[in-house]
Write a protein that binds this ligand. Structure first.
Ligand code: CTP
Length: 395
């Protein structure tokens, strides 16, 4: 998003308040955003709100006077890297589908050649009406990306599809729109999060993996055009849009699900923190605290990554190694033992790196014996660099 010129078109719907948050997210990610509002949008939100956050004046009057005023719609259209219409009302959808240009926004839209993202939001009956659906089909055929509205309780009292998707989802789709599709045609399988090994119905052995690294890789791969399968242990993260997300609990379930999907995946990235051991027997009932000491017999879980490494044919296999000491020795040991193409090593237990953190300080170790250390950075950035290296070295 850094330095991208985005034009945010805000139409007159109750969801216009969410566009303020969308603008804030885009600006935070480094985009230069300019806002166009319809006259009706101004009845819902004051333009000043958008002006303060974007740092630019809002454009809404085709006939405004002043310097360069008359050609603003052409100037902005020329410079835009992407256009997002959110919320998109039935009115603007109708105008766009039929090439009508009768105000500042529709005139700009007709002149803009950049990729478009449209997020419709309106009453369910309006959204499902024949003309709106026909117009959306036309726009889709014209190459415009249309987001499905969320379903739920609407401001007008009805319930059904029509809600504007959350700003994070719109920002994510926009990012995807701007990202080169260098993983098109690839199927990427990612595992994420911890596993839980049940001792009895209410207790389990696990670890504090948050799943953030694996989810970041899955989202980055999806943005870059890959088909993505995400197999995740229990985490507190929302399901990423557009990604087949399969939820498992135990290491056994993770292994079974992975082997089901392994053959049609050509890049496998195992960020999951799999429990190495599981209780020998799971108690059917809750264990009572009768004894003053208790021993819990454990048995080894299957090493999923090692098994994939032994079976793999043309697949690219990436592992993760979270260590507390001797990173290089342990990570490269796993790289060789598990027949990996690459392993991402990091020291866990510090605030800026590891399980719960939003950042990670990693070193990439390659199968040719070379390594590449990185400074601490956002997990999202680690994800993109990892995919860059996979493409450069192995595709
Ligand atoms: N892994 C796996 N199955 C297991 C254990 C680990 O697939 N039963 C994978 C992890 O997903 C990770 C890599 O192996 O990509 C390294 O995991 P890690 O826990 O660091 O290493 P282990 O092989 O379990 O070795 P140790 O716990 O002794 O360090």
């Amino acid at each position: 998003m850094e330095n991208k010129n985005i034009v945010l078109c805000v139409c007159g719907g109750i969801a216009a308040y969410k566009s303020v948050e969308l603008l804030r997210l885009l600006v935070k990610q480094g985009a230069r955003v300019k806002v166009i509002m319809t006259q009706s949008a101004k009845k819902f939100i004051a333009p000043l709100t958008f002006e303060v956050i974007s740092g630019h004046s809002v454009y809404s009057d085709l006939f405004e006077t002043g310097q360069n005023a008359s050609i603003k719609h052409i100037d902005w259209a020329d410079k835009a890297d992407a256009v997002v219409v959110a919320p998109a009302t039935a009115n603007i959808i109708g105008k766009m589908a039929n090439g009508i240009a009768d105000d500042a926004m529709s005139t700009f839209i007709l002149a803009a050649k950049a990729p478009f993202l449209l997020a419709p939001s309106m009453n369910t009956f309006m959204y499902e009406s024949i003309p709106v659906q026909r117009n959306l089909d036309t726009l889709e055929n014209d190459g415009i990306i249309i987001m499905e509205p969320d379903a739920g309780e609407l401001a007008c009292g009805t319930s059904g599809p029509g809600r504007l998707p959350e700003p994070e989802h719109i920002a994510g789709r926009l990012k995807s729109l701007l990202t080169p599709k260098d993983l098109k045609g690839q199927t990427v399988l990612v595992t994420a999060g911890p596993t839980q090994e049940y001792i009895d119905p209410v207790r389990f052995i696990s670890n504090p993996s948050s799943g953030k690294m694996g989810f970041a890789i899955a989202k980055a791969a999806e943005q870059r055009g890959a088909q993505v399968i995400l197999i995740t242990g229990p985490v507190h993260l929302p399901d990423p849009h557009g990604i087949l997300t399969l939820k498992v609990k135990t290491a056994k379930e993770m292994g079974e699900t992975l082997f089901e999907h392994m053959t049609h995946s050509n890049i496998i990235i195992k960020t999951a923190a799999v429990s190495d051991y599981t209780p020998l027997d799971k108690s059917e009932q809750k264990i009572k605290k009768i004894k003053s000491e208790m021993l819990l017999p454990l048995k080894k879980n299957m090493d999923i990554l090692k098994k994939i490494g032994a079976q793999k044919k043309d697949q690219i296999l990436i592992g993760f190694a979270a260590e507390t000491e001797q990173l290089e020795k342990h990570a490269t040991g796993k790289l060789i033992k598990k027949n990996l193409d690459m392993i991402v090593g990091n020291i866990v237990g510090t605030e800026s790196s590891g399980f719960q953190s939003n950042t990670n300080e990693v070193t990439f170790f390659y199968k040719d014996g070379t390594k590449e250390p990185f400074e601490s950075m956002e997990k999202e950035a680690v994800a993109h660099i990892l995919l860059d290296r996979i493409i450069e070295k192995y595709l």
